[in-house]
Design a protein around this ligand. Structure first.
Ligand SMILES: NC(=O)c1ccc[n+]([C@@H]2O[C@H](COP(=O)([O-])OP(=O)(O)OC[C@H]3O[C@@H](n4cnc5c(N)ncnc54)[C@H](O)[C@@H]3O)[C@@H](O)[C@H]2O)c1
Length: 365
């Protein structure tokens, strides 16, 4: 089998999930990694039996087809542009960038280079979210008229040893976690037309809870409780709240309300879970899951699907267009919160194609 060869830039916290997940997809192979801090890259390379290369050497390596960009959000676009300039395809962790202005540079650069850009999240490709998609498309709850989403936690400083970026411009709960919820919603409902937002920050600083810097405080310079009302092109009105200010709550991650029933959607930050539907005021029942990749952490699925799409000459699903639309939604919620005005979106996107229940993502495992 032809293998697509991957080089990682950014060997921090999330890197292991990708290196582990790669084993599930025989069509891709991670051969090298790099980091501005070459000491961490070398340690990672040794653990996983791959090569550690300086960033320049990795980009110049003719064996590498796709650069997997696992740097922090502030560096996603710069590293992506470097990879495209070096003639590589690039797949980035989320968010695509920290502003729409910088992220749109990827569109022209990808076109000029004739290379693909893909972006996390890819959880919407997981079995449970494709099950939700199939149920919505089959009319399980009728036309969706409304929905509600909640991502509310006390803050990542409790577990992340270097949480600074979460509280700086480019961080915050919407840019950090919003991509999971919004990508999931666009997969289920299609693109958003306009948004209204509201935001605040409950605390001026955060205390690191683990690692060598435990006890150190980090200043908070961005809103940490952000709500939006999303008007979808299909007419649905969905509220979303993302927060680092909440200790505990009792809401579901995502609920959708249709003309004939309601749906509880699984955590969009996971590939597995349960989809429940009710008819009118009836009891909840679990929707049986036929789709593959339904139980486990496949945090490389979007990249594997992109590699398959490149090989087959078809569009990939965790696309630049989708990630740009999601970034625009998040930025627009912030703009609306600051100005007190509704913001109409200009970067639409097509709903990603649904996956067949037995789809092998181009690379049957
Ligand atoms: N940690 C998680 O559980 C998690 C989960 C899902 C997604 N993500 C996303 O993954 C990305 C990385 O998160 P993380 O937690 O691994 O961060 P991290 O800070 O642990 O690691 C990022 C690494 O990138 C390196 N880096 C930064 N800029 C670079 C550059 N220009 N060139 C080369 N190396 C560079 C840093 O030195 C660091 O080692 C973020 O976008 C985050 O939103 C993280």
């Amino acid at each position: 089998m032809q293998q697509t060869t991957i080089g990682i830039i950014g060997t921090g916290n999330i890197c292991d999930a990708y290196l582990k997940g790669a084993a599930t997809f025989p069509g891709i192979r991670i051969i090298a990694c790099s980091d501005v801090n070459m000491e961490v890259a070398r340690a990672k390379a040794e653990t996983w039996g791959i090569e550690a290369l300086e960033v320049g050497a990795l980009l110049a390596d003719p064996r590498i087809d796709i650069v997997l960009n696992l740097t922090t959000p502030q560096h996603h676009v710069a590293v992506g542009l470097q990879a495209l300039a070096a003639g590589k395809h690039v797949y980035s962790e989320k968010p695509l960038g920290i502003s729409l202005a910088e992220a749109t540079k990827l569109v022209a650069a990808a076109k000029a280079a004739g290379r693909r850009v893909g972006s996390a999240p890819d959880t919407f490709l997981g079995g449970v979210h494709q099950t939700a998609r199939a149920a919505v498309d089959a009319g399980a709850i009728g036309e969706v008229v409304a929905g509600a989403c909640y991502m509310m936690v006390p803050g990542h400083e409790l577990w992340h040893p270097n949480p600074d970026f979460y509280y700086q411009p480019g961080g915050g709960p919407m840019l950090d976690m919003g991509p999971y919820y919004l990508t999931c919603l666009v997969n289920l409902l299609g693109p958003v037309k306009s948004v209204i937002g509201s935001s605040k920050a409950a605390y001026d600083s955060r205390t690191i809870g683990s690692g060598p810097r435990q006890g150190e405080t980090v200043p908070v310079t961005v809103p940490t409780h952000i709500s939006g009302i999303l008007a979808f092109e299909n007419g649905a009105s969905v509220t979303i709240t993302t927060s680092f200010d909440i200790w505990k709550h009792g809401h579901n991650h995502i609920e959708l309300y249709g003309r004939t029933g309601s749906m509880i959607v699984a955590d969009p930050n996971q590939f597995q879970g349960e989809i429940k539907v009710s008819e009118k005021k009836g009891d909840w029942s679990v929707v049986p899951q036929a789709h593959r990749y339904g139980d486990g952490n496949y945090r490389i699925l979007g990249l594997a699907e992109m590699a398959g799409a490149i090989a087959e000459g078809r569009p990939h699903r965790a696309s630049l267009e989708l990630a740009l639309h999601v970034l625009e939604i998040m930025e627009a919620i912030g703009v609306s919160a600051e100005t007190g005005r509704r913001v109409d979106l200009v970067h639409g996107c097509a709903r990603p194609a649904a996956l067949a229940a037995e789809a092998g993502y181009g690379f049957p495992g």
